[in-house]
Design a protein around this ligand. Structure first.
Ligand code: MN3
Length: 209
């Protein structure tokens, strides 16, 4: 059975950028629902319940047709939110990316500067139509910004013609439930303050894996 991971900080830890009520609903209700629906979908498939969530989502195309969409949406929801909680942290405790020279210099050499990286990420957040996610991924040692619809995760985006393998190290949920209580329709404001709550220490751990 899949289980809801505990939030690695208090519900109000991301204030004032992401409010306590949003975090409670987002983690305890939305994420829990993805977990419940995933377990329900796989209840007669112990061999799939025994997999870890990355394996399950990576091998989405090998799943039986009758459960594929449900696993894609709910398993994706579980995997995406599990990473999202991890890569955020209290703004008072987060260290700036410049403390991590390896990732910092890779961001600068890839995007030109940290500001240009944020600009490109922000642009993706605003151009994503409807619900979805924005990601910083490692692809064969290189950094890329990609976006996905709904609860799709970049690890499922494997191109059989290339050796492309996307490994997400940072993500932003741009579903309205992630920001509507505090920011209403102002997705740009939410995407702009996101940088205050990024736990670069965690992002670096994933980058260097
Ligand atoms: Mn969400």
């Amino acid at each position: 059975m899949f289980t809801l991971p505990k939030l690695p900080y208090a519900y109000d830890a991301l204030e004032p950028y992401i409010d306590q009520q949003t975090m409670m609903l987002h983690h305890d209700k939305h994420h829990q629902t993805y977990v419940n629906n995933l377990n329900e979908t796989l209840k007669d498939k112990p061999e799939l319940l025994a997999k870890n969530i990355e394996e399950l989502i990576k091998d989405l195309n090998q799943l039986p047709e009758d459960i594929k969409t449900k696993v894609r949406n709910n398993g994706g929801g579980h995997l995406n939110h599990s990473l999202f909680w991890e890569i955020m942290g209290s703004p008072e405790e987060n260290l700036p990316v410049t403390k991590f020279s390896n990732l910092n210099s890779t961001i600068i050499s890839t995007f030109g500067s940290f500001d240009k990286f944020k600009e490109e990420f922000q642009k993706k957040a605003l151009s994503r139509f409807g619900s979805g996610w924005i990601w910083l991924v490692v692809n064969n040692g290189k950094l890329e910004i990609v976006d996905t619809a709904n609860q799709d995760n970049p690890i499922s985006m494997v191109n059989s013609l290339s050796s492309m393998v996307y490994r997400p190290i940072l993500c932003l949920d741009v579903w309205e439930h992630a920001y509507y209580l505090k920011y209403q329709n102002r997705r740009a404001d939410y995407a702009g303050v996101f940088w205050n709550v990024v736990n670069w220490q965690k992002v670096v751990e994933l980058f260097e894996k």
